[in-house]
Design a protein around this ligand. Structure first.
Ligand SMILES: [Fe+2]
Ligand SMILES: [Fe+2]
Length: 475
């Protein structure tokens, strides 16, 4: 929701305005007695005269309010509506105070200036300070009403600042009021001069305690906000508690406990996730091994193919995640062989043309087994199974794909698989010498194999041989 959706006019509906005007009107009654109490000159006026003056200011005040609401009808940036209305109220009360000062100066030019200033100060303490606080509450209440249907709010105000403001105003305003009253009776000789001093002393203490309270409250709210931010930034153990015997203390403890249990939950989820991944990997290796075992191949063949594939993928510049995916998928390259009859799969002699044709179907069969899955590993495994017998020059099977039409996973696994198969003892052959394999690889570069991958293979031969050494077959 856009911040311009509501304006000050929405906030100030008829009901709110009536409440505001009643506040202003009630102040007339208060100001009438208050002004006579703080100034002997005003005390000398007829009650009706004073009431008339106050009523004039009341009307002027209404005009100031409406004028201000009209001028500042648009939202002020970074200011919430209640606070904007609150500031406008303060300005209207200050303007009313200035008007009262001017009016009295005009009507009673022989009164001392201090008398007019007292009128002004009473508008400030009662209106701009105390009544504005009540008006602020009215604005906030109304704001809740209008923002109920559509989520409309900006969180840029601080509760601690709000409490502190109120606290200070309700401390300072009564002190000034009392000082003015006592001062006036001092002058009349009704009370002793020391009463002013005592009041001043008590007032100062109240003020100091208000300031200290404000500081503590501000710091403690800051700790709570920081705690919440830490939870949001996943720094779960970086939460502080506040040793306060109240709601703030309780909130801080609740946040600490909450973040500890979130942390615990996340650890549990991570453990479970790791277990799922490990189980998945094991199942995949086992599936690959089943296929190879039926083919009477050696136990570590799939593990070595997995490691060679990952290494080549990384060296060819594939992202780490993809290389890891290929490592997990490549052991399944011959999974389709589980559907090939034993008589063909484990035939001691050379396969006939027909038998070899059947044998070749293992690539497509593997793909058919895996293609329905939407899991990345199985999807990659399906590609590997389908394409690991394709050749760079288009003479491979099952689809006689050429060059880059063969998926990079297929091209990499082809190199890894052939290298390992040639270097291992099989039922129908002894392991080839390395030199013989390398010679073949060089001859087949650009024919059977992607030349780029063959280059990469020789560039990283040391690491490949290290892998072979670490995953040697045990008989
Ligand atoms: Fe194969
Ligand atoms: Fe293989």
């Amino acid at each position: 929701m856009q911040a311009t959706k509501y304006t000050i006019q929405d906030l100030l509906n008829f009901k709110t305005r009536v409440i505001l005007y009643l506040f202003s009107l009630s102040s007339i009654v208060f100001l009438q007695t208050f002004c006579t109490n703080i100034c002997p000159f005003i005390d000398g006026l007829q009650p009706l005269q004073l009431l008339r003056n106050l009523f004039i200011i009341f009307i002027l005040h209404l005009l100031y309010r409406e004028l201000l609401y009209y001028i500042f009808k648009e939202n002020i940036k970074n200011l919430s509506l209640p606070r904007q209305a609150y500031f406008l109220s303060i300005i209207s009360w200050v303007l009313a105070g200035i008007s009262a000062f001017i009016l009295h100066n005009y009507l009673y030019p022989n009164f001392p200036i201090s008398s007019h200033l007292k009128i002004f100060s009473s508008y400030i303490t009662l209106g701009a300070a105390i009544l504005c606080q009540l008006e602020y509450i009215v604005f906030e209440k109304r704001y809740k009403e209008i923002s109920k249907d559509i989520q409309y709010t900006i969180f840029n105000e601080k509760l601690s600042r709000r409490i502190i403001e109120t606290f200070l105003i309700f401390t300072v305003a009564p002190i000034i009021t009392l000082l003015l009253i006592v001062r006036r009776f001092n002058l009349d000789g009704v009370v002793d001069e020391h009463v002013t001093l005592e009041l001043f002393y008590v007032g100062s203490l109240m003020l100091i305690s208000a300031i200290i309270f404000a500081k503590v409250l501000k710091e403690d709210t800051k700790i709570i906000i920081n705690n919440i931010k830490n939870v949001k930034n996943k720094e779960y153990l970086n939460t502080k508690t506040i040793n306060r015997p109240d709601e703030l203390g309780e909130i801080s403890y609740a946040i600490k406990e909450m973040s500890a249990s979130i942390k615990q939950g996340i650890c549990k989820i991570e453990d479970l996730n790791e277990e799922i991944i490990n189980t998945q990997k094991e199942i995949i290796y086992t599936m690959g091994e089943i296929a190879e075992t039926r083919n009477k191949e050696t136990g570590f063949h799939v593990k070595r193919v997995a490691e060679y594939s990952k290494l080549l993928a990384l060296k060819l510049g594939l992202p780490k995640e993809e290389a890891e995916l290929l490592k997990q998928a490549s052991p399944m390259h011959d999974i389709g062989k589980i559907a090939i009859a034993d008589s063909i799969l484990n035939k001691l002699g050379k396969l006939t043309f027909e038998e070899f044709e059947i044998m070749k179907t293992h690539a497509q069969l593997g793909f058919e087994m895996l293609k329905h899955s939407n899991k990345p590993i199985l999807k990659a495994a399906a590609i590997v199974s389908l394409m690991h017998h394709e050749k760079w020059d288009g003479t491979g099977y099952p689809n006689a794909l050429k060059k880059e039409d063969i998926h990079i996973y297929g091209r990499i696994t082809a190199v890894a698989d052939v290298f390992d198969a040639l270097g291992s003892d099989r039922i129908y052959k002894k392991a080839w010498e390395d030199e013989k394999i390398f010679k073949l690889f060089k001859e087949e570069k650009g024919k059977h194999f992607d030349p780029k991958i063959i280059d990469c293979f020789f560039e990283n031969l040391d690491e490949i041989l290290k892998i072979r050494e670490s995953l040697k077959d045990i008989y």
